[in-house]
Design a protein. Structure first.
Length: 393
C-alpha cells in the first residue's frame, strides 16, 4: 500500500540484525532504485491502472488532458522567460519550477474555486491554475511591489519567502474554515527542505489535533538548495504523517494525471471532515534553486539526465499521441500561444513603473505616528540631496 494508515507501525528488524545504537550511519539510496509511489502514466506515456486512485480520473476527457498539457507547456515557457529576464538584469532573482510542472498543474487543477492556497515562492504553475496573471508574479522579483495580486480575488495567498511558515498560516485558516462549517479545503505547498522546519512540524500537530481540512503538498525535488533529501530525513517524507496520526501518500510528481488524482482524493478527505493529508510529490528540480545558485557544484550531470528522461511534459505528450487524442494542429496553435505569452511577459515586465519611494511609509500605523513622520521627512531630504547635487554639476 502506498497510503499509510494512521496506526503506528512497529519497526521491523531482519533476523540476526544487530542494533546500530550509538553508531553513526548514513542513509544511502540504492542505485537506480524506484520508490514506492502512485503512478498512472509511465515515463513513456503508457496508462497504468491503480485500484486506489483510478476513480478520481476515470472520467477525464481528451480535451481535459490537452488542457493539462497546455497548462504545463505555457507554465514552462513563462518560467523560461522569467529566468532569461533575470539573466538580462530585469529581475533581481528568480526561483524556477523547471521539472515540477506536473506536480503543480496536477494539484492545482484538482482545486475548487472556493479552496484556498498557501504557496511558497515557486508555485508559478499553481498560480496559473488559480487565474493569477503570470506577469503579476514578477513584480516582487523586480522589486516594484510586495506581491502583485489580491489574495482574496483568487484564493491564492501571496508568495511566502520564510521557509515553511505558510503551513502554519494554512493550518490556522483551515481551522477557521472548519469552525465556519464550510466544505472548502486548504492546501499548503512546501519543499523537501522546508519539511525540516519546526513550523511544518507544528502545523502537522495542530492540524491533526483539530482535524483541520488541509492538504500538505510537499514537492520533493530532491535538493534543498545543495542538500540532498537523505540529509533531511531517514525515512520517506510521506511516512512522517504516521507519527502525527494522519495519512501520507507518495505520488509520482512527474505524472500530472497521478498528481491530479491523489490531490483530488486528499481534498475529498478534507471536505468530508477526515482531517489533514500529507502528499509527497516525488519530482526533480531540473534547474537551479534560484538564479543565484549553481547546481553543477553539488550534483552530477548523470542525475539530471536520468530525470530528464522522465520529463512531465514529454510524458503527457507521448500519451496524447499514442491515444490519438490530438493532432499537429493542436501543437501548432499551442506553439503560437507560447510565443505570444513570452512576448507579453517581456513587454509587461520592462514597462513596470518604478514604485513610489515614499510608499514604504504608508500603512505602518493605522492612524499615523510622529516617528514615521520624522523618518519620512528625513528620507525626503535625503532624496532631495541627489537632485541638488545633479543641479550643481
Amino acid at each position: 500500500m502506498t497510503v499509510e494508515s494512521t496506526a503506528a507501525r512497529k519497526p521491523r528488524r531482519s533476523a540476526g540484525a544487530k542494533s546500530t545504537a550509538g553508531k553513526r550511519t548514513t542513509a544511502k539510496k540504492a542505485p537506480n532504485a524506484e520508490p514506492d509511489l502512485v503512478q498512472l502514466l509511465t515515463p513513456e506515456g503508457a496508462r497504468v491502472k491503480n485500484a486506489e486512485f483510478d476513480s478520481y480520473v476515470d472520467g477525464i476527457t481528451p480535451e481535459e488532458l490537452r488542457g493539462l498539457y497546455r497548462d504545463m507547456v505555457l507554465t514552462r515557457r513563462f518560467d523560461a522567460e522569467a529566468t532569461a529576464l533575470q539573466r538580462q538584469g530585469e529581475l533581481g532573482l528568480w526561483a524556477s519550477l523547471l521539472g515540477q510542472e506536473a506536480a503543480q498543474i496536477g494539484s492545482g487543477r484538482a482545486l475548487r474555486d472556493d479552496d484556498y492556497v498557501f504557496p511558497t515562492y515557486r508555485e508559478h504553475g499553481v498560480a496559473w491554475c488559480r487565474g493569477v496573471d503570470p506577469t503579476n508574479l514578477l513584480g516582487m522579483f523586480r522589486g516594484v511591489n510586495n506581491g502583485g495580486w489580491d489574495p482574496s480575488s483568487n484564493n491564492f495567498h501571496l508568495y511566502t519567502i520564510v521557509i515553511g511558515s505558510q503551513t502554519l498560516h494554512a493550518t490556522g485558516y483551515a481551522m477557521g474554515v472548519a469552525k465556519d462549517g464550510a466544505d472548502s479545503a486548504v492546501i499548503a505547498y512546501f519543499g523537501d527542505g522546508a519539511s525540516s522546519q519546526g513550523d511544518v512540524a507544528e502545523s502537522f500537530t495542530f492540524s491533526a489535533v483539530y482535524n483541520a481540512p488541509v492538504v500538505f503538498f510537499c514537492q520533493n525535488n530532491q535538493w534543498a538548495i545543495s542538500e540532498p533529501t537523505e540529509r533531511q530525513t531517514r525515512v520517506p517524507l510521506y511516512q512522517r504523517a504516521q507519527g502525527y496520526g494522519f495519512p501520507g501518500v507518495r505520488v509520482d510528481g512527474n505524472d500530472v494525471l497521478a498528481c491530479l488524482a491523489v490531490t483530488r482524493w486528499a481534498l475529498e478527505r478534507a471536505r468530508n471532515g477526515e482531517g489533514p493529508t500529507l502528499v509527497e510529490a516525488y519530482t526533480y528540480r531540473m534547474g537551479a534553486h534560484t538564479t543565484s545558485d549553481d547546481p553543477t557544484k553539488y550534483r552530477a550531470d548523470e542525475e539530471r539526465a536520468a530525470w530528464e528522461a522522465k520529463d512531465p511534459i514529454l510524458r503527457l505528450r507521448a500519451h496524447l499521441e499514442s491515444a490519438n487524442h490530438t493532432d499537429e494542429g493542436f501543437f501548432a496553435e499551442l506553439d503560437a500561444e507560447n510565443e505570444a505569452l513570452g512576448k507579453r511577459v517581456r513587454e509587461v515586465v520592462r514597462a513596470m513603473p518604478d514604485p513610489d519611494p515614499f510608499a514604504l511609509f504608508e500603512h505602518v500605523y493605522a492612524d499615523g505616528h510622529a516617528l514615521v513622520d520624522e523618518e519620512r521627512a528625513q528620507f525626503a531630504a535625503y532624496q532631495a540631496s541627489f537632485a541638488d547635487a545633479e543641479g550643481g554639476e
